[in-house]
Design a protein around this ligand. Structure first.
Ligand code: SF4
Length: 399
């Protein structure tokens, strides 16, 4: 991880509508689609109100929720307004998250025509039983069709999301999804471990004993299988859950330019209900309530619920947390330049304990988690972040 190595920012636009609420999901979204058009107007107003950062942006990401509940004409309005109000660079990566249950060949062609140049398709699984457990609105056939239509529509940069670690899932079952995913040759694959977040339907079902989560050892085996399978099939593992397809010497793997910003301390502006912004050292977030968000904008007020200024110590903790998620790990020279601290000296005891357990790997100028460390990310990170480190003469953003 190199801090603030990007001078350009990213724009995230949240579309908080879904046809159905998936039981594992804790993203902010609602299923009352009747609010869509008022929300769209509010979103356009948020961009038109002004006082947005004067940064240059090279990514625009429409996420959700299910952005593909908005038709291409509505998406065009959002994109046009964003381009009119913010300085978006000509070669920007413009991503739309789509749900296979909400697209057709024609709609994908139309999204392409209005300026979307990257798709992220929420496939999750190529098996109907898994999709049913996950509460998805699409079938395995819809998933494969969405991918085929996306290529037909002219998209040459496509990411897909898959989920593993379902109750009773075997290696064979997960391998089936990996095989089907790889056969479609997506440019990018995100493989997320199913987690049971408090307050979700999955959490309630767990408490009622409706299912038993997969044992840790088995989840770990699926994580290992993912890494081995995707590496063997030409994918570069660059963040704990993310893989980019290698396309040859001259063409670098297509990592998600937008998501890289989150892991590298780059600035990003969030628009829409529940969206977060980060422009060092400040973080802010909008109301996670569509009606309140609309009301604020109807009265021409910014829909920001809260703003906080991170202390140097908080920024340092975040840098460690984010850096260890990446496969390259933390760039020790950049860390020193940014925080005025020698990472190896500051965390000497923790590093030595983790190295003894085979959880860290060190190179001359970087430190990263080993494969075993990645599988235990949360506990490893908490050993670093639980340690109080005082940052001397914080230098802030790199020149
Ligand atoms: S479609 Fe996506 S955002 Fe909507 S509920 Fe399901 S997982 Fe969450």
């Amino acid at each position: 991880m190199k801090f603030t190595s990007f001078k350009t920012g990213g724009i995230y636009i949240h579309i908080p509508f879904c046809v159905n609420k998936c039981p594992y999901c804790d993203f902010y979204s609602i299923t009352d689609l009747s609010l869509k058009s008022r929300y769209l107007q509010a979103l356009l107003k948020e961009m038109q109100l002004g006082r947005l950062p004067s940064l240059a942006f090279d990514t625009l990401y429409l996420g959700g929720g299910t952005p593909s509940v908005f038709d291409p004409v509505e998406i065009e309005q959002i994109i046009e307004t964003a381009y009119a109000q913010l300085k978006i660079l000509p070669d920007a990566e413009v991503t739309l998250e789509v749900n296979p249950g909400t697209v057709t060949l024609d709609s994908l062609k139309a999204y392409r025509a209005v300026g979307i140049n990257r798709l992220n398709i929420g496939i999750q699984s190529f098996q109907d039983a898994n999709l049913e457990f996950l509460g998805r609105i699409h079938s395995a056939k819809d998933a494969a069709l969405a991918m085929a239509w996306a290529r037909q529509a002219g998209f040459d940069n496509i990411g897909i999301d898959l989920i593993y670690g379902l109750p009773q899932q075997t290696g064979e079952n997960w391998r089936f999804d990996l095989e089907h995913g790889v056969q479609l040759r997506p440019d990018h694959l995100s493989c997320y471990m199913l987690t049971c977040e408090p307050g979700t339907g999955l959490d309630r079902d767990l408490r009622c004993g409706r299912y038993r989560p997969l044992e840790d050892g088995k989840v770990r085996a699926l994580f290992d299988l993912t890494m081995d399978y995707l590496k063997a099939h030409g994918y570069l593992h660059y963040e704990i859950s993310n893989y980019a397809r290698k396309t040859g010497e001259d063409a670098p793997p297509r990592m998600s330019r937008h998501n890289l910003k989150y892991w590298t301390f780059a600035p990003y502006v969030g628009l829409g209900a529940a969206a977060h912004s980060f422009i060092e050292p400040q973080r802010s977030w909008n109301y996670s309530d569509v009606k309140r968000y609309i009301r604020k904008l109807d009265s021409r007020k910014r829909p920001v619920e809260e703003t906080e200024v991170l202390t140097p110590e908080q920024l340092l903790t975040e840098a460690v947390f984010l850096g260890l998620r990446t496969i390259k790990g933390i760039d020790l020279v950049a860390f020193k330049r940014k925080f005025g601290l020698d990472f190896l000296m500051s965390y000497k005891k923790t590093i030595s304990e983790l190295e003894n357990e085979g959880l860290l790997q060190r190179q001359p100028d970087r430190i990263a988690l080993s494969r075993k460390g990645l599988a235990l990310l949360d506990s490893v990170v908490s050993m670093f972040t639980g340690q109080q480190i005082k940052v001397p003469d914080y230098g802030g953003v790199d020149p």
